[in-house]
Write a protein that binds this ligand. Structure first.
Ligand code: F6P
Length: 348
């Protein structure tokens, strides 16, 4: 057993925002590493909502047995923003005291981490862990969950290829990626997509069709187009959204750009076109080995940083190392590297 730094006895852990494969691997690593330091761990259910409502459970070595390969999060999650309501902030502070939570591990994307940053400003000891299949958090090379999503999308592109080729069709695949097109770019390269459209680069529909036409004229009678849900045509400022619903952080529920693009392509090229929306399939199921290891390293390092008293930090992957970086530096969107995107265009 390692020496306790005596300031901390109990650590709270929560998972916020959209779920992703690897969350349970982090929770397991947090609990097992905390136990080594003799800290007890309290699981907060359903993201920030759990600490507002006082909905918590003790997490022991026993509670985390067997969860490493499981998708989702045993704690549940939500997109609750406690700072939307001053009363909720007070309830949160009261509950942190009530449950004796001395330090918090917040596992989430930019929204969850922006709440963590505000708590740090209020001198609540907090450490963040970067989670999102979108891979759009700054200061870290990768978030966990991204690799799993990429392997699911790549598999989908492979499957679309065989049917596209048989039917001589154009297949449009809409994938996740609100502000950053990492999933579309990396999976598109891995799957050999013929066009990749991302939020960072507004697309000209005529140029897209010209690319597909030129492929057809070269004798390639089918094509695969991968489009991120947050991609926009050059003449449009707003996101395409079907439901019009907005979450507590002000984000619209996206979806529908794939259908719009598919219709345009079919009309302009007079080529049979089909649209697939992969949706939450990308976020489900068991994490890849890469994500399990990354998630585990994040969980272990988060507790080590708590033991050092190094708060207000997010653990980040930089090269081969997991390092602490200020949460405030990390909560800026990490966009797709244009060198990489331009390389992908060589294959269009
Ligand atoms: O977590 C990020 C993300 O996967 C985005 O790419 C997507 O727009 C959003 O979550 C979908 O969220 P929800 O699960 O609330 O539909």
């Amino acid at each position: 057993m390692k020496e306790n730094n005596h300031q901390i006895k109990t650590i709270g852990v929560l998972t916020g925002g959209g779920d992703c494969p690897g969350l349970n691997a982090v929770i397991r690593a947090v609990v097992k590493t905390a136990n080594q330091y003799d800290y007890s761990v309290i699981g907060i259910r359903n993201g920030w909502k759990g600490i507002v409502d006082g909905d918590v459970e003790p997490l022991t070595d026993f509670s985390v047995t067997g969860i490493l390969p499981k998708g989702g999060t045993i704690l549940g999650t939500s997109r609750t923003n406690p700072f939307k309501d001053e009363g909720h902030v007070q309830q949160m502070l009261t509950n942190l005291k009530r449950f004796g939570i001395d330090a918090l591990v917040a596992i989430g994307g930019d929204d969850t981490l922006s709440v963590a940053a505000r708590l740090h400003e209020m001198e609540i000891p907090v450490i963040g862990i970067p989670k999102t299949i979108d891979n759009d958090i700054s200061c870290t090379d990768y978030t966990f969950g991204f690799d799993t999503a990429v392997s699911i999308v790549t598999d989908a592109i492979d499957r679309l290829h065989t049917t596209a080729e048989s039917h001589h069709r154009i297949m449009v695949l809409e994938v996740m990626g609100r502000h950053a097109g990492w999933i579309a770019t990396i999976s598109g390269i891995a799957g050999g997509a013929d066009q990749i459209l991302i939020p960072e680069v507004p697309f000209d529909i005529e140029e897209v069709c010209e690319g597909l036409r030129s492929r057809f004229n070269r004798g390639k009678k089918f094509s695969i187009v991968v489009i991120a849900e947050g991609a926009k045509p050059i003449n449009r400022d707003d996101f395409v959204t079907i439901s019009g619903k907005v979450d507590e952080f002000g984000h619209e529920q996206l979806g529908g750009i794939g259908q719009i693009l598919g219709r345009e392509i079919e009309n302009r090229l007079n080529a049979e076109t089909r649209v697939t929306v992969l949706g939450h399939v990308q976020r489900g199921g068991s994490p890849t080995a890469h994500d399990r290891v990354l998630a585990t390293r994040y969980g272990v390092t988060a507790i080590q940083e708590i033991h050092r008293g190094n708060f207000g930090k997010m653990v980040a992957l930089q090269g081969d190392h997991i390092v602490p970086v200020p949460i405030t530096d990390a909560i800026h969107q990490k966009k797709v590297d244009m060198d990489l995107y331009n390389m992908a265009k060589i294959f269009f």
